[in-house]
Design a protein around this ligand. Structure first.
Ligand SMILES: NC(=O)c1ccc[n+]([C@@H]2O[C@H](COP(=O)([O-])OP(=O)(O)OC[C@H]3O[C@@H](n4cnc5c(N)ncnc54)[C@H](O)[C@@H]3O)[C@@H](O)[C@H]2O)c1
Length: 239
């Protein structure tokens, strides 16, 4: 039987965790990463799921993870942060870009040898904000635009290494990252988001997990590479 092992960065976050549970239910050995012990301890113990600390901005941390888990066939780069208005300050701007764009590339670069050997695949995280400007999150939006281009560039280069590279571009999903937008602090913003979303609801982490599984699967999506897949309840299609 072919190898079924996935590493999910940001796997203790809401979308990463929901994705890990789906892969586990499909018979995968799952490695979920958290930024610290506290985040890891907030998630339950599940059969065939292990937890590791990872900071994607650190070469050492990434290398340690890959050296320990040196055989896997799927990499999912879900780690991310948003700092909103703070991102207008250069040091925060750089940090947010470092986590998303450099962090995603770091994990791809360190995994390509292993994934190539296993005819594996990579799923990155872009965003709606790669298609639109983000009024209050210049770094996040720039980094997500960069991840879309990185995904296409690596898809071309890694094809000859037998590795497919795709990305999901979630719309507005109910997670810790969007808690503030769903709080009483920004009632108008939430109203705007929902009125522009044809399906009239926030996405759930599980809404993203299924498409990630599809993109990662050689059996289901073996001829799909370089795709940025919006999962947004129709937000992008709105005129
Ligand atoms: N929630 C949304 O509406 C939405 C929309 C589009 C894209 N996304 C993307 O989805 C992905 C998952 O986000 P989420 O909504 O589940 O948020 P989340 O905050 O629940 O999860 C983010 C995870 O990334 C981890 N992380 C942060 N900095 C890190 C670092 N330096 N190294 C390693 N891990 C780090 C966090 O600890 C957390 O586990 C992110 O890439 C995010 O940008 C989310």
């Amino acid at each position: 039987m072919s190898l079924k092992k996935v590493i999910i960065t940001g796997g203790c976050g809401d979308i990463g965790f929901a994705t890990g549970k789906l892969f586990q239910s499909k018979g995968f050995e799952v490695v979920l990463t958290g930024i610290n012990e506290e985040e890891i301890n907030s998630r339950p113990k599940i059969e065939n799921v292990s937890y590791e600390i990872l900071d994607v901005t650190s070469d050492e941390s990434a290398q340690e993870l890959i050296s320990k888990h040196n055989d896997f066939n799927v990499l999912i780069n879900a780690a991310g942060i948003v700092m909103r208005e703070k991102e207008f300050e250069v040091n925060y701007f750089s940090h947010v870009v470092d986590v998303h764009l450099n962090g995603t590339y770091r994990m791809c670069a360190k995994s390509i040898g292993i994934l190539s050997k296993n005819k594996g695949s990579i799923v990155n995280f872009s965003s709606m904000l790669a298609f639109f400007g983000g009024t209050l999150s210049p770094a996040y939006s720039s980094a997500k635009g960069g991840i879309s281009q990185l995904t296409k560039s690596l898809a071309i280069n890694y094809a000859s290494k037998n590795v497919r590279v795709n990305a999901v571009a979630p719309g507005w999903i109910a997670t810790k990252m969007t808690d503030t937008l769903r709080s009483s602090k920004f009632p108008e913003r939430e109203k705007e988001i929902l009125s522009r979303t044809p399906m009239k609801r926030w996405g759930e982490p599980e809404d993203i997990a299924g498409p990630i599984y599809f993109l990662s699967s050689e059996e289901l999506a073996g001829f799909v590479t370089g795709v940025i897949l919006p999962i947004d309840g129709g937000y992008l299609a709105y005129p």
